[in-house]
Write a protein that binds this ligand. Structure first.
Ligand code: FPP
Length: 259
């Protein structure tokens, strides 16, 4: 089945293939938490002589497709790296566009997310988000808070090192106020102080566009995660690619340091 998926990703039949591959994949272990570094939007646009923003816009449509499929597969959490703490270095016009995307996405798809029982969450430093972005995501969080299906977790103005530093500061404060004993601090305590405290660590990380690095994304949480890289640019990422990543994951032997 795996080779079959590989051969057909470019064919017009790729969505039919995805449907049949999906049934097979659902017989295996579905990763509970999948994290994605959605990379390659700019290169996708450059290849077409389009502004970079066109790539981000196309990438937004892929978010909808992959969210829908993840939900159908029974994935419990999907964390998407939508804007990093380092992305502020980009030209203002691009930052402004990226900050409008959650609004546009939610204006279009929130009713569908509500109907499909998806829970929208956001992790990152919300203080620096423009008011319009914050109010769109807060509305989505509120409208989906009673849902029980897939957790769609947007990493927005997120950086893993900042997250870890914030956690350490909070732990130090709590220790100072005797809410926490220093001897008690272990991996699970640190995990509880991270922005992902309500989620289990990702089982699978996908990065598109051929870059093989983590770019300050969930450095603590990815310690035992299976990593999957593809040359496909995010706006070209299809259901068959997502299924391929899961099919490959299902072939891996996870030992968590054991034998
Ligand atoms: C990296 O590609 C991508 C981003 C910084 C933004 C990712 C955002 C989306 C895919 C849309 C998010 C949608 C919602 C709903 C929030 P890049 O621009 O670095 O690409 P390049 O490496 O080819 O230049």
């Amino acid at each position: 089945m795996l080779n079959f998926l590989k051969r057909t990703r470019d064919s017009k039949k790729s969505s039919d293939t995805a449907i049949s591959a999906k049934d097979d994949i659902m017989k295996g272990t579905i990763p509970s938490h999948i994290a994605i570094i959605m990379d390659g939007n700019g290169r996708w646009a450059n290849k077409r002589s389009l502004p970079r923003m066109a790539g981000h816009h196309e990438g937004m449509k892929v978010v909808r497709k992959i969210t829908k499929l993840a939900n159908e597969l029974g994935v419990q959490a999907l964390t998407l790296y939508a804007f990093s703490t380092e992305n502020w270095k980009r030209p203002k016009i691009e930052v402004d566009f990226l900050m409008k995307l959650p609004e546009e996405f939610l204006a279009t798809y929130l009713p569908e997310l509500v109907e499909k029982n998806v829970q929208v969450r956001v992790m990152g430093d919300k203080d620096r988000l423009p008011r319009h972005t914050l109010s769109a995501v807060n509305k989505a969080i509120k409208e989906t808070e009673k849902n029980t299906g897939l957790i769609l977790n947007f990493a927005l103005n997120y950086g893993s090192r900042t997250e870890i530093i914030q956690a350490i500061k909070k732990i130090a404060d709590d220790a100072k106020e005797h809410k926490l004993n220093i001897d008690q601090i272990d991996e699970s305590v640190l995990s509880d102080y991270l922005m992902t405290n309500a989620l289990q660590d990702p089982d699978l990380l996908i990065r598109t566009s051929g870059e093989i690095r983590l770019s300050n994304f969930m450095l603590w949480q990815l310690a035992y995660t299976e990593l999957w890289f593809t040359d496909v640019l995010w706006p070209d990422f299809k259901e068959v690619d997502f299924l391929q990543a899961i099919a490959d994951y299902q072939q891996r032997g996870r030992r968590f340091g054991g034998i």
